[in-house]
Design a protein around this ligand. Sequence first.
Ligand code: FMN
Ligand code: SF4
Length: 262
Amino acid sequence: MTLATIDHELCDREGACIDACPRMLFLRGKDSFPVERADAQSLCIQCGQCVAVCAKGALTNHLMEGKEFLEKADLNRGADPLAWVMKARRSVRAYRHRPVDKAVFRELFDVVRYAPTGSNTQKLWWIVTLEPENTRILARLGLEWMRRTYYPDSTDEDWAGGADPVLRGAPHVVLCCAPEDYAGAKTDAVIALTHLDLLAVSRGLGTCWAGVFLKAVGGWPPLAEALSLPPGQKVYGGLMLGYPRYDFRLVPPRKPVAVDWR
Ligand SMILES: Cc1cc2nc3c(=O)[nH]c(=O)nc-3n(C[C@H](O)[C@H](O)[C@H](O)COP(=O)(O)O)c2cc1C
Ligand code: SF4
């Protein structure tokens, strides 16, 4: 059964759905129109990106109810800017070839350093790849791990086009580190990264949590060595970061909140 229908009258063949899908379920087909992979329906995680990113409204995902998507333009950013960011932010998997200035990073961290930490321990520190080429080096090492784990049957030819399933071509990766003997490290890191995520989006940047990259750091010694962490220190989380290539027109639906009111 097909996952999606793409209206060729509306589709501008820009390929935003191809770039945005976390599972890479679309590829370029005949006349450059996106086509879905054979097993797309079973792999779709219903994130809604393919529908939300299409500027022309050309894509229908049959696993998702079209009328449940919100128009981003209808959210009142001015009235409640933080709520706007929290609803309108999307994981960005396609970035412009424009690096983020160090001054912008400095400004973000000047806010993020106020994030709460357990017992005010403030043990977090950060690695930022300022140079996109340094991000690419890490992404290539991550891909080596991914090919051994997720894609053991893939060939060099399959990756000759430069696809980056690990860091999605982001110009930067931001890693949050802490001492490995600090019990609150993971929680503090996730809080700080979440503050960074939301603040970055409020500044027009795009981000995506780098979970696959983190797994690769844990599973592929050459990648861990490339990070050259001081002894006793560990990476607890990371975000890809850069200027987004596409604007998302829609906000995908999410489950209603589950609360046990007492
Ligand atoms: C802990 C965590 C790790 C993630 N790791 C990745 C990743 O490695 N690659 C990726 O493309 N998306 C990653 N994501 C993004 C999720 O797939 C995404 O948040 C989810 O599909 C919802 O989409 P949205 O963020 O656009 O609302 C991660 C998200 C979280 C919270
Ligand atoms: S809903 Fe998400 S995972 Fe499913 S096809 Fe669309 S972009 Fe890919």
